[in-house]
Design a protein around this ligand. Structure first.
Ligand code: NAD
Length: 495
């Protein structure tokens, strides 16, 4: 597949993607798209130093001015949405509407960040001492090392970068080794925006190309104030302690094992569409994809037969083609992991519908429905593929308890028209996940809310709400505007 026209319109010079030992392939047909050169240790060291120096200047630019840079970047994204969205689809295999949607999400977070650049509010606090006032201010933190996963190759970076930049931080981005091309394209668009902005120091945002060792170098470097890492729980388990060892700050967005409950009063047409999109859409390669479904005993048989019919009709194929709803898995390793999961489920006594490898180019599969009796074994693990484990339940309490009894805690949902059930699901004794939805599947979040999950999902929050606070340091300030020196808590120290 020739991407040279696309890359040239996105402003990426050929030398960045035609030379180097790292081969980049498209999951659409498995062909090679490009060859990129990884940054070596000394180049990464230099980039970290440049990011730190840029931070020393950027932190003094007023936040609303910093917002203006993000606004210009958002304009570049608007102009190049079609090309960048297409490149996302070519590089990671999601549907074209999702590739475009990912760029729209970048534009949305830029808009959000521009507004936020005038709202980095602190607090004023009543002091117990006469003639004193206290306040809490938020200051820029430093440079932010962003490690991203292949499945949201550009949006997750933008959740971090748009906020980090308005907060006065600089960014170092280590994209997935499977998706460096979209990162190079975004970097080029960012540089165009920065060149139109008078107050921008050089190197506000840089890309580091490489595999795991490249991110490890950022992870261990004390000049990188915050490591924001998105990817598997395995990766987070390694990154978290390494950053903690140097008392750095870490924001982890890791794997999920998301569940849904279909209650007796549910709108079954709506539930069916939502389940298909969440479980089979994006070929099951969203961190929020639906992986476990609890269906009430009274509607189980009829719902399952409709679900199987809907699955059988899902068009699987080239994600650039209109009408296709299920694109490829990212690579052969993903296909092998899906088959491994299905084999284990079979050994647990599951009944499997679908799951076959489709075609002879790329890594296409028919999404699988796996009916299991036991909520155990492979069901407790995240398999990053379209595998949906389906189980029956009698009592809502029992379904909620099962839903919560996995190590991950990212996203969850219930389909019900019973307000008592919905509120129970959302209450302190309901879903234990970072995201809980009613009559919507677990995937497809908007940028306005804080995004992230609990337990082995890492506990981080990115994107909307007050997630910006992770990118700043909080300072409590006390000012004495009197001529006396009263001490707090009545302490006496007269000399
Ligand atoms: P991955 O963990 O294999 O890789 C993610 C990134 O981490 C890559 O850039 C990789 O180079 C880097 N990396 C891997 N091991 C590392 C280490 N030991 N130290 C430092 N960096 C390391 O994940 P993937 O296969 O690209 O993505 C799929 C996974 O990501 C799934 O588990 C999915 O649930 C998760 N994910 C989570 C979110 C979220 O917001 N919670 C979003 C997207 C994806």
């Amino acid at each position: 597949m020739d991407i040279s026209d696309l890359m040239s319109r996105l402003g990426v010079e050929e030398r960045y993607y035609t030379r180097g030992p790292l081969s980049v392939t498209t999951p659409i047909d498995g062909s090679e798209l490009a060859q990129v050169a990884p940054d070596d240790h000394s180049v990464i060291d230099e980039k970290i130093a440049l990011a730190h120096n840029a931070f020393l200047e950027w932190r003094s630019v007023p936040a609303p001015r910093r917002g203006e840079l993000v606004r210009l970047f958002g304009d570049e994204l608007r102009k190049h949405k079609d090309d960048l969205g297409r490149l996302v689809t070519i590089e990671c295999g999601k549907l074209l509407s999702e590739g475009l949607g990912e760029v729209q999400e970048m534009i949305d977070i830029c808009d959000f960040a521009v507004g936020l650049s005038r709202q980095l509010y602190g607090l004023t606090i009543a002091s117990e001492r006469p003639g004193h006032h206290m306040r809490e201010s938020w200051h820029p933190l430093g440079s932010v090392g962003i490690i991203s996963a292949f499945n949201f190759p550009v949006a997750v970076w933008s959740w971090n970068a748009a906020l980090a930049l308005i907060c006065g931080d600089t960014c170092l981005w280590k994209p997935s080794e499977k998706t460096p091309l979209t990162a190079l394209a975004v970097q080029s668009l960012f540089e165009r925006a920065a060149s139109r902005f008078a107050d921008a120091p050089q190197h506000l945002s840089q890309v580091i190309i490489g595999e795991r060792a490249a991110s490890e170098q950022m992870v261990d470097d004390p000049r990188v104030a915050l490591i924001s890492a998105t990817g598997s729980t395995r990766m987070g388990r390694e990154v978290g302690p390494r950053v903690a060892k140097r008392f750095g700050r870490v924001l982890l967005e890791l794997g999920g094992n998301n569940a849904g409950i279909v209650a007796p009063s549910a709108d079954l047409d709506l539930s069916l569409r939502a389940v298909c999109f969440a479980a089979a859409g994006t070929a099951g390669q969203r961190c929020t994809s639906l992986r476990r479904l609890f269906v009430h005993e009274s509607i189980y048989d009829s719902f399952l037969s409709r679900l199987k019919a809907a699955y059988a009709s899902l068009p699987v194929g080239d994600p650039l083609q209109e009408g296709v709803l299920v694109g490829p898995l990212i690579d052969k390793a993903a296909l092998d992991r899906m088959h491994y999961a299905l084999d284990r489920a079979k050994a647990q006594g599951a009944a499997i519908t679908g799951g076959e490898h489709v075609g002879d180019k790329g890594w296409y599969v028919r999404p699988a429905i796996v009916e299991v009796d036991e909520h155990d074994g492979i069901v407790l693990e995240e398999t990053f593929a379209p595998v949906l484990y389906v189980m029956r339940y009698d009592e809502l309490n029992e379904a909620i308890a099962l839903q919560n009894s996995v190590p991950q805690g990212l996203s969850s949902c219930i389909f019900t028209r019973d307000v008592l059930e919905a509120e129970q699901f959302l209450s302190a004794t309901g879903s234990d996940c970072g995201i809980a939805n009613v009559n919507i599947g677990p995937s497809g979040a908007e940028i306005g809310g804080a995004f992230g999950g609990e337990k082995e999902t890492g506990g981080g929050r990115e994107s909307g709400s007050d997630a910006w606070k992770a990118y700043m340091r909080r300072q409590t300030q006390t000012v004495n505007y009197s001529t006396a020196l009263p001490l707090a808590q009545g302490v006496k120290f007269d000399i």
